[in-house]
Each structure stands twice: as structure tokens, then as C-alpha cells.
Design a protein around this ligand. Sequence first.
Ligand SMILES: NC(=O)c1ccc[n+]([C@@H]2O[C@H](COP(=O)([O-])OP(=O)(O)OC[C@H]3O[C@@H](n4cnc5c(N)ncnc54)[C@H](O)[C@@H]3O)[C@@H](O)[C@H]2O)c1
Ligand SMILES: [Zn+2]
Length: 362
Amino acid sequence: VEAGQRETVEVLWSAVMAPKASDVEGAIREVAGRRRIAVISDANVMPLYGAPFAKRFGVSEDDCFTIAAGESSKTRGEWSRITDAMLARGFGRDSLVVAIGGGVVGDLGGFVAATYMRGVPVIQVPTTLLAMIDASIGGKTGVDTPAGKNLVGAFHEPLLVLADLRALKTLPPAEFRAGLAEAVKHALITSKTELDWLLTNAAALAALDLPTLRDLVRRHVEIKLKVVFEDEREAGVRKTLNFGHTIGHAVEAMSNYSMLHGECVAIGMVVEARIAAAMKLAPATLVDRVQAAVETFGLPSRIPGQMAPGDILAATRSDKKSRGGQVEYALLADIGRVANAQAGYGTSVPDSVAIEALKASR
Ligand SMILES: NC(=O)c1ccc[n+]([C@@H]2O[C@H](COP(=O)([O-])OP(=O)(O)OC[C@H]3O[C@@H](n4cnc5c(N)ncnc54)[C@H](O)[C@@H]3O)[C@@H](O)[C@H]2O)c1
Ligand SMILES: [Zn+2]
């Protein structure tokens, strides 16, 4: 989050605020005004980026709130702990939350902001690829509960999203690849052009070449923003973002969250391509193309052998996106096209088809 760096991509999308993208520090100061800043980050990211940010903006250490790294911190418990600490520290309605980290910090920090004194503004500073191109865009915030992931939350648009690509250099490679899975998903639901761009730039991306990363983040923030702006409350086109996620979430749950979300989405996209081909919604060649795309980025394309297809199918039914028990998939009709646009992009899949596709993907 240093000012004036060429490598810094700024995504400024507040309707009111549109500072010059070349001056990041100025943009933050303009948005922050005289607000009192609370920095929220996790134990990995706070020392790397949170503390330097706090120092730069004169935020005291006691106004920096650190959670343990990982999904297990995205809880109401941590939400209470942070909001209580903010209350104890005398944060008022003039607070500004700056959430610096991956999607966990963004979701939790955003939810703190959405609820603190009925809502204070938030600046999202995503430091994982997944958070840069996905989680920080769209205004969804929230926490997990014992009943499932993301079940309590709120829509809360950030004032500003700042992504410093250099942060990706310290990200564990597996986390980077997991973020690329969402990029593959974006490309597959958008166009052949986007898919070709990704595949052509695979080597440069793997090498963390900054100009290529900048293009990646720009393109994919735009893809997500376009979908989200078209559909603020998930009535229709936002569902296309769910491609690969019905099976993906089920695999993730079956792994007891030991597999990364992006890895599970990669597998989910291949299985769902197989489902679409089997239902004759998509050409048979789609399966190979999706699989090749996933494998180009070193992502898994097969279901771990120990997971039984029947169990995965059962797990899809507890996904919150099911409607009255009916699971709706976002299936590809082809690259760049999601099936059943007229029906809100949802397709129900016969159990037998899902089971066959799962079996073929082991
Ligand atoms: N709000 C949304 O629309 C949305 C969309 C997609 C995903 N999500 C949520 O995002 C979460 C996953 O986010 P994630 O994949 O970023 O995981 P994460 O936040 O757990 O980060 C992954 C790991 O990388 C570490 N890390 C982050 N940035 C780093 C950096 N620059 N250098 C070194 N280490 C770094 C973190 O400490 C963590 O250990 C899930 O909870 C998911 O539900 C939300
Ligand atoms: Zn996802």
C-alpha cells in the first residue's frame, strides 16, 4: 500500500469518491478524512502489511486488531471480541475499518464495519489473489456458524478497494494457485477471449510477473464488478459466479476444509462440465477444455479417491444456495455462456447424472 507505485492496482468504485488512481496514499487519506482508523488483519498479514500501514497512517498498535490466520477465525466469537475491543477503545461513529488480508479478514472485517454502530465505512486491502479478484468485490461480508459457512452476514460495500500486487510475492504458492481457480471460473463464464488470455499468460502468472498480474487483477475485478453491478442482490446473473461451486463446496466440506476452496472449485468445474455435457446442455469437448484449463494452473481436476460420489451428492444438498431442497447448478452451455439464462441460470440435475459425473471424475 505504498503511494505512487506503478505495480499498484487501485480499484476505486465508490460513487462519491473517485480520487486519481496514481496516488494511493492520497486516495486513502481522502476517503479516510478525519475518521479514526481500526486496522483488522490476521497473524500472518499484520506484521507484513498491517503494521507498516498503521505506522504510515498514524494508527496506534492498540487500534490494530489481529485474528489467528485461517477460516476458523471467521466467527461471531471473533466479531464480538473485535467489536467489544473497539467499544472499549472508544471507537465512535466516525470510525473507519481498514481490513488488510485475505478473504477471511475481508469478510470478518467487513462484517465488523457493517454492524459497528449500525455501520461504519470499510476500506478493503486484499492481500491474496482470491480476495483481490473475488472476495473484496461485491460487498458481501459475514461469518461462519456451526451450521455452515457465511450464514450470518450483511451486504456492505467498501469505500475503496486497494490491491498491491507485490503482496502476492509473500503468499504461499498453493494459495496463489487457489486464487487462479476463481480466475479460471471468471474466464469460463465470460468468454473464449478471457480464457485464451489466461492460458497464454499462464507462465508469466506463475512467475508472478507484476505487469501480467496487474492485467489479471484488472480484467478479473472488472468481470466480477460487471456481474455484481448487474445484480446487486443475487437475483439472477450473480448466480453465474456459482459455476463449479455446487460440487466444489461439497468436496470442500467432505475434505473437512483441509483442501483449499480454489482446489475444490477447480474439481467442481470439471465435474459440472461433465454434468452439462451428459445433459446435452454443452458440447462433449467442454469437459476436456475445462480440465486442461484447470491443469494448466497446477490445480486438481479429480475427486480424491476416498470420497464416495453418493456422499458428495448428499453434501450438495446442504449448500445454502439450494432452494427448498432443490439444488440449482450454474452449468456452462459453452465457454463464455452459462446455461438456462431464462431460468435465472439455475439448472437442476438428476441424481443419476450427478453420480455418473462424480464417478467419472475420480
Ligand atoms: N465476500 C465474498 O464475496 C467472498 C468471495 C469469495 C470468498 N470469500 C471468502 O474468502 C475466504 C477465503 O479467502 P482467502 O482464500 O483469501 O483465505 P485467507 O484469508 O484465509 O488467506 C489465506 C492464507 O494466506 C495468508 N495470507 C494472506 N495474504 C498473504 C500475503 N500477502 N502473504 C502471505 N500470507 C498471506 C493468510 O494469513 C492465510 O493463512 C473464505 O472465508 C471465503 O468464504 C468471500
Ligand atoms: Zn469461490
